[in-house]
Design a protein around this ligand. Structure first.
Ligand code: ADP
Ligand code: MG
Length: 700
């Protein structure tokens, strides 16, 4: 059980003053807690990614772009939307002695704008300054203050990632209130080491990060950040080592197939497996046959054919008279796996079923009954597979697709669905060697480097947004010849409302040109609508699919040969690579157009250059690691490392060996964490939600 001292941190965020049911929901979304609900710990770990230094008061002409600034300016004129653009934004022109800029408000409260920005008066205006079509502008300033308001402003203010409907002040207040409830926790770190490094304690570190006194206080290498990043790495390394030790202890069961079902599947295929696929499968089969428990990572770039390897491995389990499960991170992917693998499996006599959160109660009951009776050989689904009531007759192999979206504890939960289940983790994100250990502990790794034969290189080009007219002409020609096009628009939590309206606008633009052969899919659509849009594209009923990054992972439409990525400068390399991997899946010639808004920053230019240069996912992953520490990347919140909330391996990689060493020392001296420090370390495991590992202790 969770130590009682931590309970306040896991109480719902709605229990904080100033957070009502409505803002509570917005926090759930911001902190990616969904229906489970955000807790105090989530807001405490939502660190500011920047600060606004109010001590700086740049003039308009000298103010830095693309960051939040505080400007002193005179209100010149109000420009309400008019004429046929009546639904357009409300603009206000302001100036100082050096220049002017427009404040831009979408769907805003006009009374408020008019009251806060009286013409002729001086105001202090804070927000992100951008250059848009040659003019300086600030969309939705976060503050418009008069002299009294200015006097009340703290000199250095944290800036948080936001989501629709939340403002900086909501997040800042929630963080401050949560800090007040932070209990005094026992120290889990080595006191000598802390003293040596002049490290603050856990509470002091959090307080400093949410209440910086200077911009440097929140830097990735600031003492407070290092303290917390190390705590998180220590928790994860401890958990991985404990899980691994336990798995090693537990004997597996040798699962040997006779190759009959796999043979039938292969006969039904129009191609033969690549050497890399054959080698990976041999490694997996040998692990399965062994009576040790398999814990293997199958790594391969997008399109390298991991799914076939997984299917053949699952066939091996069924040949041995046992069952297999395949778990995907999203509904769309689970369905797609089911639809693709179903026919292949059926010809070989495999009985497959799909289990998702969206099944009707009756269908679900039937599936669960058949599963328990052993009438289903392979179950495919989302994390619905974790649930208590899902019981297998005899589960031999669990395949987890796109692993790093799941945590260690979830992987364990699946492993516990059968006696010594073998686990195969598939990831499409090539992970540099140095990081494999971090995510997966000492897992065995199979790699698919070679791509199936017949793939043509993807023609990748970068072009400025101004040339969109040429691009549309090219798309016209291509779609007339039967090609299909993905058109990706970015969506960032920080400015989701605007981005979403940009995606809608692009969809409308393209519909004006291409009619109803243009579909739209984004993360905020209902599941059924999303599926419908994806399916229409998949069946070729739509030629162009405008999408936010929901199509990022795994989706497979071989006829789609063109990938347009708008605002490519806002995406990280890994994401660009994943997106490009959506095309080039069939035998047709494919292209990827990276549309960017000029001028390009140095890092963004480097990213686009690498994309043009190579399609090697491993090389891209290495470059990504080098570049990611610098400059903000879409979707990278305070931490760019999936699975971690505070540690960012792009900047904290050097802490990792230290954390591993410390974890190993701790477990060597006190494997059951029974000492006083051990008790504190248990609290640490719960704090970072590595509690499945802590639970193993109790059992042991
Ligand atoms: P991944 O999951 O690694 O991204 P997939 O398993 O989805 O890749 O495979 C991508 C495409 O390549 C699929 O359409 C699949 O049928 C096809 N494919 C898989 N293996 C081979 C092969 N050996 N030769 C030709 N095509 C293959
Ligand atoms: Mg896949």
């Amino acid at each position: 059980m969770r130590p009682a001292i931590l309970n306040p941190l896991f109480s719902p965020i709605a229990s904080l003053p100033g957070v009502g049911p409505k803002t509570g929901k917005q926090f759930d979304r911001l902190l990616e807690r969904g229906a489970a609900g955000a807790r105090l710990i989530d807001i405490l770990f939502h660190l500011p990614h920047a600060t606004i230094d109010r001590r700086e008061r740049p003039k308009i002409s000298e103010a830095p772009r693309d960051q939040v600034v505080l400007l002193e300016a005179r209100v010149v004129e109000h420009r309400p939307p008019s004429g046929r653009y009546a639904k357009g934004p409300y603009r206000v022109l302001v100036e100082d002695d050096t220049g002017d800029l427009q404040l831009v408000f979408f769907h805003s409260n006009v009374d408020w704008i008019q009251k806060s920005l009286p013409v002729g008066e001086v105001r202090w205006i804070s927000g992100r300054l951008e250059l848009y079509e040659g003019h300086l502008q600030m969309t939705h300033p976060d503050k418009v203050l008069d002299a009294t308001g200015l006097a009340r402003l703290p000199p250095v203010e944290p800036v948080y990632g936001l989501t629709e409907g939340l403002y900086q002040r909501n997040v800042a207040r929630a963080a401050q209130e949560a800090l007040k409830r932070l209990p005094a926790l026992p120290e889990w770190r080595d006191p000598v080491d802390l003293k040596l490094r002049a490290s603050p304690n856990f509470a002091a570190a959090l307080a400093r990060l949410h209440g910086p006194e200077a911009p440097a206080d929140i830097a990735p290498d600031a003492p407070a950040r290092i303290r917390l990043a190390f705590d998180e790495l220590l928790a994860s390394q401890l958990a991985l080592m404990m899980v691994r030790a336990r798995m090693r202890d537990e004997r597996g069961r040798g699962t040997r197939g006779d190759g009959v079902i796999a043979g039938k599947i292969l006969t039904g295929l129009p191609f033969s497996p690549t050497n890399a696929q054959t080698a990976a499968l041999a490694e997996i089969r040998s692990d399965m046959a062994d009576d040790k428990r398999m814990l293997r990572l199958l790594q391969g770039d997008v399109g390298s054919g991991k799914t076939l390897v997984a299917l053949l491995a699952m066939a091996t389990a069924v040949e041995a008279g046992r069952q297999a499960a395949l778990m995907a991170p999203t509904e769309i992917l689970a369905r797609q796996h089911y639809e693709r693998l179903g026919p292949l499996g059926a010809t070989a006599g495999l009985r497959m079923a799909l289990l998702t959160g969206r099944d009707t109660a009756a269908k679900r009951r039937r599936t669960l009954a058949e599963l328990a009776a052993g009438d289903i050989d392979i179950l495919i689904g989302t994390h619905a597979l974790f649930q208590e009531e899902v019981r297998f007759a005899d589960l031999a192999l669990a395949v987890v697709d796109e692993q790093h979206r799941f945590g260690v504890h979830q992987r364990l939960a699946l492993g516990e669905k059968g006696a010594a289940v073998d686990i195969l983790v598939m990831t499409a994100t090539p992970i540099p060697r140095t990081l494999v250990l971090t995510y997966f502990g000492d897992m065995d790794v199979s790699t698919l480097r070679e791509k199936p034969a017949g793939r043509q290189p993807i023609d990748t080009r970068a072009m400025p947004l101004e040339r969109i007219g040429d691009l549309i002409e090219a798309v016209k020609r291509a779609t007339a010849a039967g090609a299909q096009v993905y058109w990706v628009c970015p969506l960032v939590a920080e400015n989701e409302e605007l981005d979403l309206s940009a995606a809608h606008d692009r969809h409308a633009d393209l519909q004006r040109i291409f009619g109803d052969r243009v579909g739209l899919v984004h993360g905020q659509m209902k599941g059924a609508d999303k599926d419908a849009a994806m399916e229409a594209f998949s069946r070729g009923e739509t030629s162009i699919l405008v999408a936010t990054t929901v199509i990022e992972v795994g989706v497979d439409v071989p006829n789609a040969t063109i990938m347009v990525i708008e605002h490519a400068e806002r995406f990280g390399l890994a994401q660009l690579h994943q997106l490009r991997g959506r095309v080039g899946r069939g035998s047709g010639k494919s292209s990827c157009l990276l549309l960017y808004r000029a001028p390009l920053g140095e890092v963004a230019a480097a990213r686009l250059a690498i994309m043009r240069e190579t399609e090697d996912g491993f090389r891209i992953a290495e470059e990504d690691l080098k570049l990611r520490g610098e400059g903000e990347v879409l979707g990278a919140r305070q931490s760019g490392t999936p699975g971690f909330r505070l540690a960012d391996l792009a900047v904290h990689a050097d802490l990792l060996p230290r954390a591993r060493e410390e974890a190993a020392n701790i477990l060597r001296d006190d494997p059951e964490l029974r000492s006083e420090r051990g008790a504190a370390l248990r609290a640490l495991l719960y704090l970072f939600e590595r509690e499945e590992a802590a639970r193993l202790l109790r059992a042991g």
